[in-house]
Design a protein around this ligand. Structure first.
Ligand code: 13P
Ligand code: SF4
Length: 377
């Protein structure tokens, strides 16, 4: 594997590198890998069909290895809807586990091994804040039917809000279809929280001239006139892991590998998606590498654990991280430490449910409407 030069970037990586094991009983903090694997396997054998483990593509190897299903956000929500195990252990982040709780039956319990696994982007659009913005946005365009669409990376109360206004949820694999759904029913879309996915989707639909930005933190960043004139209003949220990729990384990888192709996640900046050969959800990235010919070179612009998995799963393909050593892992995803997995499974064996994710009943039904609309498009 060729090691790429690290490009200069202004983000302080140390901000994203902490593991929080505080919630874990001390006897679980220093388990060695062999012992831990043995204990996880023994617990899973005893729990049998009572437990299913769902793992997002960004999870650590030690979680993915124990998962019954590994996939992107959309596939995991489908798996949760089909699961009939009593316990769904979610290797992912809070908003994904919430969605699983909404979609599964009332008798099923969703467990997130670590409560620290919260996606910062989801926290960039809080329902209360969106409520206030909604009043301003609807006042700016009083005659328009505005349909709110929230990316899966958002909390249940925001999903419920979107459903209450005729909107829905989408993932990176179906955002364009969600926009089409909304434009069949309304005049404008408010898309939250990821401005990059929103912008990339607007381009895909050839509606790039219809974009207004809404920055709830900046009084100058929300222009009522712009909102009145534009069909797509984008909330100013973003993912730190994906904002890191720049066009110069693509130029560099192409300069170093004549035959390299580049695939990036649509949470990347517009210029990066435009410069890449392909963009798509984590499932699309996996499929692209699965279908590559031996000897092909692909540089990947997404979270580093997935790139590492793809290197292990497909040694016949030359898989490169798009910005070399500067590619980041998702700190939220990384909080699902395998020691936490050991703990929640062994607690279940003792009849104790730990880290249960339960969406408030008043939000659950409406959020479910928003998710079901997505599963139907
Ligand atoms: P996918 O829907 O592509 O799996 O992405 C989820 C995510 O959080 C990307 O940062
Ligand atoms: Fe959130 Fe980004 Fe992590 Fe995805 S990679 S879960 S958007 S912080």
């Amino acid at each position: 594997m060729v090691k790429m030069e690290t490009a200069e970037l202004e983000t302080d990586l140390s901000l994203f590198k902490y593991d929080n094991l505080e919630q874990l009983p001390p006897r679980y903090r220093d388990l060695d890998e062999d012992e831990r694997t043995e204990r996880i396997e023994a617990a899973l054998a005893e729990l049998g069909d009572d437990v299913v483990i769902l793992g997002h593509n960004y999870q650590r190897r030690e979680i993915v290895e124990h998962a019954d299903f590994v996939g992107d956000s959309y596939q995991l929500s489908q798996q949760a809807a089909e699961a009939d195990a009593e316990y769904v252990i979610f290797g992912g982040v809070t908003f994904m586990a919430e969605s699983a709780d909404i979609i599964t039956d009332d008798e099923q319990t969703v467990i997130l091994p670590s409560m620290e696994a919260s996606c910062p982007m989801a926290g960039m659009a809080e329902a209360l804040q969106v409520d206030a913005a909604w009043a301003e946005i609807t006042a700016a365009a009083p005659d328009a039917d505005i349909i709110p669409i929230t990316y899966m990376n958002s909390y249940a109360d925001l999903k419920a809000f979107c459903a209450s206004q005729g909107g829905l949820v989408c993932t990176s694999s179906n955002a364009h279809r969600a926009f089409e759904y909304a434009f069949e029913r309304g005049d404008k879309v408010l898309f939250l929280p990821d401005k990059h996915l929103g912008e990339n989707t607007a381009y895909r639909l050839e509606m790039e001239d219809e974009i207004a930005k809404w920055d709830p933190w900046d009084p100058e960043g929300k222009d009522a006139e712009d909102v009145a004139e534009s069909d797509i209003i984008l909330w100013d949220g973003y993912c730190q892991v994906h904002e890191r990729f720049r066009e110069e990384h693509i130029e560099q990888v192409r300069a170093e590998h004549d035959d390299a192709k580049v695939i990036v996640h649509p949470e990347c900046r517009r210029e990066v998606v435009e410069a890449a050969d392909k963009a798509g959800s984590t499932a699309t990235i996996c499929k692209t590498i699965e279908e590559a010919d031996p000897g092909d070179t692909w540089a990947i612009g997404t979270e580093i654990h997935l790139t590492n998995h793809l290197q292990r799963w497909h040694p016949e393909v030359n898989v490169l991280p798009l910005c070399g050593d500067a590619c980041m892992d998702c700190n939220a995803m990384r909080q699902i430490d395998p020691n936490y997995l050991t703990w929640v499974l062994e607690e279940l064996l003792e009849g104790r449910e730990r880290n249960v994710i339960e969406v408030a009943p008043e939000e659950k039904d409406l959020a479910n409407v928003a998710l079901e609309r997505m599963l139907e498009i």
